[in-house]
Structure formats: structure tokens, C-alpha cells
Write a new protein. Sequence first.
Lengths: 579, 104, 221
Amino acid sequence: MEAVKTSEKTTLQVKRFKPSENPTTNFFTEERGLKAWLTTVDHKKIGLMYLGAVAFFFALAGFLAIALRTELWTPAKTFIEADTYNKLFTLHGAMMVFFVLVPSIPAALGNFILPMQLGAKDVAFPRLNLASFYIYLIGAVFTFIALFMGGFDTGWTFYTPYSSDGDSATVIWVTLGVFILGFSSILTSTNFMTTIHKLRAPGITWDKLPLNIWALYATSIIQILATPVLAITILLLSLENIMDIGIFDPAKGGDPVLYQHFFWFYSHPAVYIMIVPGFGIISEVITTFSKKTIFGYWAIALSSLAIAFIGFLVWGHHMFTSGQSPVATTIFSFLTFLVGIPTGIKIFNWVATLYKGSIDMKTPMLYVFIFLFLFSIGGFTGIMLGALSVNIHLHDTYYVVAHFHYVMMGGTLMALLAGLHYWWPKMTGKMYNETLGKVAATLIFIGFNMTFLPQFVMGAQGMPRRYYNYIDQFTPFHQTSTVGSYVLGVAFLIILYYLVKSLMSDEKAPANPWESRGLEWQSTSPPDLHNFDHTPVVINKPYDYHRPMEEFQLGLAVEHNGHGEAHDVDVKETEQENS
Amino acid sequence: MSADNHTHHIATAKQLWTVGIALVILTLLTVVVSNLPIPSPLDIIVALSIALVKAFLVAAFFMGLYWDVKFNSMLLIGAVVFFILMVSVTLLDTLYRDDVVPSF
Amino acid sequence: MANHSATHPAHVQHHFVDSDQQFESAKMGMWVFLVNEILFFGGLFTAYIVFRAWYPDLFTQAAQELNKLWGGVNTIVLIGSSLTVAMAIRSAQKNQKRGLELNLLFTIILACVFLVIKYFEYEHKLHLGIAPGSFWNPTPEILAELSHPKANIFFSIYYVMTGIHGLHVLVGIGLMIWLYIRARKGHFSSEYYTPVEITGLYWHLVDLIWIFLFPLLYLIE
């Protein structure tokens, strides 16, 4: 009945709540209609709206990528003018980075899953959460305004002086769009950090946090520390365009390399904003489909934080050829090698988790294996690029393009697809076609390598990035790459097809189709409006697959106000009753 | 953490006024010191030290960090640490360049 | 969760267990936001430090154009407003409605005084043609004093730093007015004063930034 507080531990009376397989109500049915969706403060609906928006921008930017690859079919002009080509690759990069990769995992999947994994009813500031979505949309509107005003061809990095002289009006619009977007990620990460600290269900101590939460926590830290620097950079750049304040523009006495420092102080950590949440998903999926405790829980959890920290000190490796001092270059190169260590720790721990696991090759797991393969290539080539002498040769070539696509698409996007397939039944209550899922995953693997492997070769042979024309010797590589991009396009269409089809079908997914021990799976599919119809109590570590399922379905036997007090204490001496 | 949840510390009026007056005195001090002929790197150090003491007073007592949960202090310190990292690593470049502002 | 809402006071949102959890969350959220603010201004301070390290003479020379007296007065005005905010929180904690209203009102007045002084400082400089960026057009006498070829950059930094800080003061005034209206309506008590507390945190940060801006911009000899 009551919580007895001893020196360290609270004893709570709990009983088992088995999730219902056929819920009568869920968060789709409880608030209906367009208005309810647009004004909702429910983290699940906001997450799904983010998912829709991210998918839209991904389709758009992906379409641009295919247009760019088609243009590169022949060495000279194929069907796009050179100026248009410059604008299209800028748009492809800017949209993929700011509208897709940065918000994709945290704001879409994270929003949905994070409170559920914590056993919370919502994020700490639900209204700010909704605001962050609208701010994201407003940022998008600004970018589209820039687009309709004629586009911008600065590259997604907006380097001065490209961005400070020339057509400044469109640059002002798009940079303001990015400025506004920054607020959206600031609000999301503020919400996540506070939720993780203050809204955990009874029993979830720091050593019982799912690794997905650790990853989102590390991501939030990076976003909070880095995004404001992007904001001020962008603001100064806008002022540079509006009134020539002369801090960055060399023509006015400023220093363009200082701009690059500012920009990469955000944008290098930003690549960790994109990839670290992916690490979280991999940890979740790999344990579920190996039916095994994660190997090296603390190593994985803390390496996320280590990446977050070291990731702040390596930004200068984007600037090896910019004219920065040799001292800085050397130190940045050294630190860049360091950041490989925590990432390597993760990979080894995941592989060790697989060892002697009972591996179930479902679609999400397939994406995890694709991730491990592609991300390792991306990571290793990153180490090569971090070496000073090699970098001079490879800087601004297709080698770099291939490297970051292996990391961003082969890493983040594969993790996103793994997470999307993994949580799809939880989010929608529907199950997709497994066979088609595997076909699409295979096609993505083939198409991806066809597209980007030749680019490593081209880059090493000296093909510069962002070029409209190329010499004939590169034709076969470019054409292979273009065909590969078409295969990727087809694969994504297949995914779209079977996901939409699963939504249309009447067949319901079970509450826990993967037999996962994760707290988010101990709710109905789709979940109730308040996630759980009880206050969950956690007594086991998140990946204790050797413990029976009943022990993961506990909740407070009697609702009382002990929830908040029990936050940082263990739950002990539980009495079990069947509900 | 959970134990302090119920005690919202109320600072006494005397504490707040003392801090306020100390801040005003330090402001006057920093203006006076700036007029003294102190050699170059030292004058910046003195001015910043006074500013740091003032900042500490504001953060600890006006913002209540002295009585608050430790984590909020960690957030503030973390922000300052990362700011210092940003400055010092940028200076590694700007102070040691061959050309101050690269010319194109 | 019907049994939950029955025990909930009106100000506690449904997803919190109790008032304390909500208060602590709001406060932590504000601190996280302040981390953002610090790094936002941090970018400007970095630009300042980089340029000062490059051109120390420029900073000594250009700072002579700034008025130490008014900068100092403004510092004291802001410190005063921080004190009144702290007193406002204290009043709220002690259920003193009148004290809360008065202290908020003092804060608003002091913040306005700060902006008025700032306005006259700007006005004076713009009059002499010491304007940011492309509006840089100093009178010949001023130009004789500011012989450094990069003098415009110091004032760009000056205007951006103080301008963004002034914008924060303006936002703060808006928030204080909002708090004042709510205080008049009797929304706050010792049980619930979260908005006062977290707006106070914001206001103190604005003060903190100025504590550093003042010696770095005005007090260079």
C-alpha cells in the first residue's frame, strides 16, 4: 500500500500488467481529426508528424540526388545547366543534413520511443515539443522561399566569401531558415535531457537506462552545446550579408577561416548528432534479435558520452587545406584519430553481443548488419582522411563524398531504417511484409555499394567533388554510380509500398512481436494515449534476456504519489499478483 | 537529489542585499582599477578576475546554485568549459598562423 | 488515470507526479536553455578574443570612444534589477503578493532605464558616424582618433554583442510584464511560482553576460 523508505531503497508494491493484445483504445482513437493532430501535445503524434515531414524531405532530397547522378551520366552536359547543377547539389546537401539527418532519429523515432522507454507519460515540456515541430516547418518555409527566389549555390556549408558576396538575398533566407531550425533541435534536446533526468519511472536508475536513451542523452548534450554556436554563426553571416559587418568577409577585413571554425564547431559535432542516435537503435535491435544481454553495457553507454566530448575537439580536420596554422592542424589530426576509439569500442561490443546469441535475421536485424558493414568502411576511410598528408591529396575529392555517404547514409540512415522497421508495429499497430522488407534491404545494400564504392576509386584518382564536368577516364565509375543510385531509388519505393500497404491492412500486430524485454514493448500496440495504463516499475536491467518476461511487466499495484520519490532508488521486495 | 526536493530554499533579504551591494562595490572597483597604469596582460587578468567573482556571486546566490541540486551547477560549469575549449582550440589556429588573415 | 488527477493541484500538468517534480523539471529545463545562451554568446566572445589577440592596439584605441561612466551606470542598473528579481522570487516564496508585484515593477523600470541609457549611447555614436558595417562613416575628427585600419571591426563586434544583449533585455522586459500581469491576477503563491523562478534565472544570465561585456568593451586602457 505505501512506500516504505529505508536508507537507500524504497519498497514498492507491484503487480503484473500484461499488455493487452487487442486494445480497445489507443492514441490514434482517443484524439481524432486533423485539428486534434495539429494541436496535440502527445509525444507519439508529434513523433509521427516529424516522421512524415522527414520522409517528405528525404524523398525530395533523394529525388535531387537521382537528378544529380543522372546529370553525371556523361562527362559534359546531360540535361541540367551548370548553374542549376550547383544549386541542386547545395540543396541536396542542405536538405539532407538540416531537414533529414539531424531531426530524423531524435525528433521522429526518439520522440515516440524515449518517454515510453522511461515509463513516462510524455516528455517534460509537451508544448515546447509541439512548438519545436512547427519551428521546424517554419524553417523549411524559409528555405523554400530561398529556393523560389532563385536558389543558392554556396554548398551546404555556406562558406564565406561564397555566401557573403554574390546573391545575398537568397543566402539570407536560407541561413535564417537554418537558424530557425536550430531552435527546433534545441527545444527537442532540452526536452529529452530534462525528461531523462526527471521523468523516469520507479526503479529506472542510471544503470538501468536502455542504451537508446544513453545515446539520445549524448546527442542532446551535443545539440545543446553546439547548436547555439551555429545560431550565432548564421546570425553573423546574415549580418555580413545585410550590412557588411566585416567579421568573416575578407573583402571587409574579416577572416573567412574564422567562419569555418565557427561553422565546424557546430557542424562537426553535428555529424555525431546524426550518428549517435543511430548507435542507440543498433544497441536495441541487436540485443532483441540476438536474445542476449548486451556485451559491455557501460562501455557502450559511456563511449557515447566520450564521442560527444571528443567530437567537439576535432572540427579542424575539415580545414586542413584552409590555411589554418600547422600547430592546429597537427593537434586536430591527432584528436581525430582519438575519436575512432570510442566508436571502435561500440563496434566490438556489438559484435561480441552477437557471439553465441540466438540470432533472428528479421528485417531490422538485416539493417543492423548492413549498418555494421557500411559504417565500418565509413569509419576507416574517415581515419585515412584524418591523416594530414593523405588529406591533402584527398581533400575535396569524391573520396570525401563517398566517406560521408558511407557514414551518414550507410550509418545513420541504415540505423533509421532498422529502427523504423523495429518499432513500426509499436508505432502503428500494423506489421509490414517481411519478405518484401528483406528484398528491399538487399537492394539497398547492393545499390548503396554500387553508388558509392566507385566514388572512393574516383576520388583517390583525383576526381574533385561538386564538379559538373569530368574527364573521360571517369565515365565508367560515374555510370556505375548512377545505376546504383537508381537501384537505391527502387528499393526506397518498395519500402514505401509495403509500409503504406501495412497501414491499409486490417491485420493487427501483436503487442510485442519480437519478444523484446524493452519497456516500450510492454505497452499495447499502438500504445495508449498515456503510454501505459499503470505506472511501470523496473527491477531488471534493460537487456536481461535471461529473466522471465513477467518481471518486465510490473507496475505499481496502487497508484500513489511515490512515483517521484522512487526515482533514484532501487525497487525491492516486490510482491507479485496476477492482474 | 530526492531528499532536497521538498525544501525550496528561501534566501533572506539580508543575504540578497549583501550580494547586491558587494556587486556594486566590485563594479566600482573594476572601473577604478582600469584607470591605474597596470601593464598589458595583467590589466585584463585583473578585470576578468573581478568579473568572475561578480559572476560567481550572481550564479551562487541570485540564481540560487549554492542551495540548488548539484546538477544545475554542473550544467553551468559544463557550458563554461565548452566555451573555453572553443576559444582555446580556435586560438591554436589564429595565434600561430603564418598569415594573420589569409589573402586570396 | 482518474485517481491521479484527483490528488493533483490545478497547476500540475498531467504527466508529472507532483508539484515538486514539475518545478524541478522546469528549473532544469531553464538551466539547459541557459547553457545554450552561454554558448550563443560564447561565439561572439570567441570572435572578440580572436580579433583582440590579432589587433590589441585596435581595441585599446577604439575603446576610448566608449563612455566608461554610462557603461558603469548601466552595470549598476542591471545589478539592481537582478537584486529586485531575486527579491521578487523571495516574495513569491513567502506568499507576499504586494512584494512580488512591486519587485517585478522595479525590475521592469530598471530594465527600461538600461535600454534608455543604451539608446543614448548608440545615438551618440551613430551621430559621429561610428556605425556598424556598411554604415561606417566616421566624421574626420573621429577618423583622426581611430586611425587603425580595422576600426570598423571593433565596432561591428561592439554593436553585435551589445545589440544581441539588448535584445535579450527587451525579451526580459516582455517576460517581466507577463509575470506582473499574472501576479496581479494572483496566479502565484508559495505553492506555485515556477514562472517567476525560471524567468528570474534568465534575467540573471542577461546580467551575467553584461558583467563580462562591461570590462571587455568599456574598460580597455
